[in-house]
Write a protein that binds this ligand. Structure first.
Ligand code: TXA
Ligand code: MG
Length: 356
């Protein structure tokens, strides 16, 4: 039997107790569901890596009940970090800071820094309050796969191996924005955006500029390395992340690609083999409609699109098509987080067998 259940005070007490005993608990956040363990318990943290099938040198984020816990986990915390925490926590922002000496290597991937965030979901906050400390949690999916945004998704990923707190569908739907502020005290220590997410770069930049700082966008391919800065091991920065199993390709015009696919795979070979994740309603497709299995339209605004993206990718992936065509989002800042996830989901490393 699945062990997912709606959350009552008793469930929260049980879940907090499970964490204290070194067991894992999957819990909702406003971004995606996390697979949590007591961040001070090495065996428990290692169990996260085992269950996810994740390489042991990848760091995990520590979730805190409030910003008041910052100094138990980080040292040399710059003014900027406090300002950002004040403005955006609880919320979808992860700050990378110099680790406190007490933080486990298993959490940081033996790096000198630690990722910290206070999540903005009532169930996550209630769990963290009941537990009273830091909870290490990556997204509750198997390594390299699509992050879960419902409790159902977590079950589909992890089966019954862990307790799952069901807090409904995630409101943001994409992972947190990651900002590295670990070198802000240094001469060359600009804050660096490592992953776009629920908090837009522009909003962070406002807070940074008020303190005379400028955030560097290290997300664009080639950024950071161009400047010779060390590239931190951000597992979400692997090209193959957030990937469906179906070979997937970005396109400006799904209808044209579908027609081309039908021309190359006419009749039985091509029937119903293509799924489309679209931004526009299905246009008349003529004969090429026979190649189409599903034309799935996502909402027009970036926030609504982002909230529903992973569920839609899962739905289309489950069809087992030969090809998934994804209509490219606009190249504007509001779409940065969505564009980043779509680029990775359709990267050649993630989709080596895209048919012509
Ligand atoms: O929204 C989120 O951030 C979700 C929810 C559960 O909080 N968590 C999440 O965790 O996406 P995960 O492990 O799937 O991705 C966290 C990212 C990884 O890419 C990891 O490498 C990076 O954070 N990270 C963690 N600590 C870091 C550090 N010290 N330096 C650089 N990157 C770090
Ligand atoms: Mg992840």
């Amino acid at each position: 039997m699945a062990r997912t259940h709606p959350v009552s005070p008793q469930h929260l007490t049980e879940a907090a107790e499970a964490l204290r005993q070194g067991r894992l608990v999957a819990f909702p956040t406003e971004t995606v569901y996390g697979l949590g363990a007591d961040a001070r318990n090495e065996a428990a943290v290692r169990e996260i890596f085992r269950i996810k099938g994740r390489p042991a040198d990848h760091p995990v984020i520590v979730h805190l009940p409030s910003a008041a816990h910052l100094e138990a986990w980080a040292v040399a915390v710059p003014e900027l970090a406090y300002a950002l925490a004040e403005r955006f926590w609880p919320g979808p922002l992860t700050l990378v800071l110099q680790r406190h000496p007490s933080v486990l290597d298993a959490v940081t991937g033996a790096q000198a820094t630690v990722g910290l965030r206070v999540p903005g979901h009532p169930v996550a906050l209630a769990l963290l309050d009941a537990f009273g400390g830091g909870v290490a949690a990556p997204s509750a999916n198997r390594f390299g796969r699509i992050s879960p945004t419902t409790a159902e998704h977590v079950r589909a990923e992890l089966g019954d191996a862990v307790l799952v707190l069901d807090g409904g569908p995630c409101a943001v739907g994409l992972e947190s924005t990651i900002l590295d502020v670990s070198r802000v005290g240094d001469a060359e220590g600009a804050p660096r955006l490592l992953r776009p997410g629920g908090i837009a770069l522009g909003a962070l930049q406002e807070v940074a500029r008020a303190l005379g700082l400028e955030i560097e966008d290290a997300v664009q391919p080639g950024a950071g390395t161009r400047r010779g800065a060390p590239t931190p091991r951000v597992s979400g920065s692997l090209a193959s992340h957030y990937a469906p199993a179906t070979p997937a390709r970005l396109t400006e015009d799904a209808a044209a690609d579908l027609a081309a696919y039908w021309a190359r795979h006419p009749r039985a070979g091509g029937v119903g083999e293509v799924a489309v994740l679209a931004r526009r309603p299905q246009p008349p497709l003529g004969a090429a409609a026979r190649a189409l299995r599903r034309w799935r339209v996502l909402p027009e605004t970036p926030a609504d699109y982002g909230r529903l993206l992973y569920a839609a990718l899962r739905e289309l992936d489950a069809l087992g098509c030969a090809l998934l065509l994804v209509e490219a989002p606009p190249p504007t800042p509001e779409w940065a987080a969505v564009a980043d996830r779509l680029r990775r989901a359709t990267a050649p490393a993630a989709s080596p067998n895209v048919p012509e």
